[in-house]
Design a protein around this ligand. Structure first.
Ligand code: BGC
Length: 408
């Protein structure tokens, strides 16, 4: 048995827009419904997790996991600027209480890609002064349920727009991006300040400032919980000279790792490797197995990502996302096993890793790709909303129960 330290967190993650359903007041709902749209299909009911969270949290606990990472939806909590919904704040309070009833630690993300329509219309993250709006939302939300939060993250992958600047092999027409943002701006009655589409540099400045201020607000109580940020990492492998790869890392990862270094923890989110050549990101290497997302099956990525992060932060690290999109659940089991071995190597060399949260609990709405990619430990029947537990869920659950990986 390969053992993990006592108290290690084992969990699965979701994000509100991807699982709740009917997130009609968010900017992404608008983007899903304009013509032309960047989205393969709209999110609609998603996994109806908004109504089914009690059964879903019970299910997660029954698997043997001890942590549930989920996000709260700003567009529901503050449907109009300065107007907060007590009913929605109560909803998330009930979710956290349900976690505690089942011995599950609620790991709460305050922002996972989606914004209220009014926030996007007013310029979104590109507008510096909008940081105030986010800080106030965090303050108001935490004053309602801070006593029940286990751990909190301000942002999920705020470095994604910067990472997207490097990707050369995504098949999206720039004309569609422009036309759909124009339509969305019209529908929103302002600008289209959506997170996915903003200017990465402007966005980064506003969000780093917002992170530090929101963290300070969350730390002032009620409740006492660590506050961090979840950063998207890839195992960046230089092909040829290292300078381009190093430039990419300095641009995409280091500013947010520096922000995490001044927080209570860092969430590492890693899925694959990326080969970086003279001109930028290279396509997958011929002969390497691909996932449904079109990127390489590369569970070995987790270890170098953790090592890279640990070289830049002294705070505890949690793996807050790691997973694979596949219809073949035996590949998911293999992926988890390999990724966990890499994570264990990090622990053995003294890196302070404290938890592993798998992406995702459910097959869910994978943003512009719709429902086709299957990242879940649990499948969801799209007609009946029935949950179907996959063998990988039992595999990870058994590891969580034993706090170790059985030797092959
Ligand atoms: C995001 C998730 C997403 C996952 C798989 C991460 O970038 O945080 O929302 O579903 O990767 O693509």
């Amino acid at each position: 048995m390969i053992e993990f330290p006592p108290g290690f967190l084992w969990g699965a993650a979701t994000a509100a827009h991807q699982v709740e359903g009917s997130n009609v007041n968010s900017d992404l709902w608008v983007l899903e419904h304009v013509q032309p749209t960047l989205f393969a299909e709209p999110s609609l009911d998603a996994c109806d997790h908004y109504h089914r969270f009690r059964d879903d949290i019970r299910l997660l606990a029954s698997l043997g996991l001890n942590t549930y990472r989920f996000s709260i939806e700003w567009a529901r909590i503050e449907p109009e600027r300065h107007h907060f919904s007590l009913a929605e704040l109560d909803h998330y309070r009930r979710m956290m209480a349900t976690c505690h009833e089942h011995g599950i630690l609620p790991m709460v993300t305050f922002y996972h890609f989606s914004s209220p329509r009014w926030f996007a219309a007013s310029g979104g993250w590109e507008k510096k002064s909008n940081a105030d709006l986010f800080v106030r939302y965090c303050e108001r939300a935490a004053s309602h349920f801070g006593d029940l939060i286990g751990m909190a993250s301000t942002f999920n992958e705020p470095n994604l727009p910067m990472q997207l600047r490097w990707i050369s092999n995504v098949d999206i027409s720039i004309t569609t991006v422009l036309r759909s943002s124009r339509q969305a701006a019209k529908a929103l009655g302002g600008s289209c300040g959506c997170f996915f589409l903003g200017d990465a540099f402007k966005l980064q400045d506003t969000m780093i400032a917002a992170h530090h201020r929101a963290r300070a607000a969350l730390k002032s109580g009620p409740g006492e919980f660590p506050v961090g940020v979840n950063v998207s990492l890839q195992d960046e492998q230089a092909v040829g000279p290292k300078s381009k790869r190093d430039k990419k890392c300095a641009e995409v990862y280091d500013p947010w790792l520096a922000a995490a270094a001044q927080s209570d923890f860092l969430g590492v989110q890693a899925y694959t490797r990326c080969r970086v050549g003279k001109g930028g990101d290279l396509p997958p290497e011929a002969g390497v197995e691909l996932t449904q997302m079109g990127y390489e099956f590369w569970p070995e990525a987790l270890e170098p990502c953790l090592r890279y992060a640990a070289g830049r932060v002294q705070v505890p690290i949690y793996v807050t996302e790691n997973g694979i999109s596949t219809e073949d659940d035996t590949r998911r089991i293999d992926y988890i096993r390999k990724a966990l071995h890499g994570m264990h190597n990090c622990l053995a060399s003294g890196i302070d890793v404290r938890g592993y949260i798998h992406w995702s609990l459910f097959d869910n709405f994978e943003w512009i790709f719709g429902y086709r990619p299957k990242f879940g430990l649990v499948a969801v029947n799209r007609q009946t909303q029935e949950r179907l537990i996959k063998p990988s869920a039992h595999y990870l659950g058994a590891i969580a129960r034993g706090n170790g990986i059985p030797e092959l």
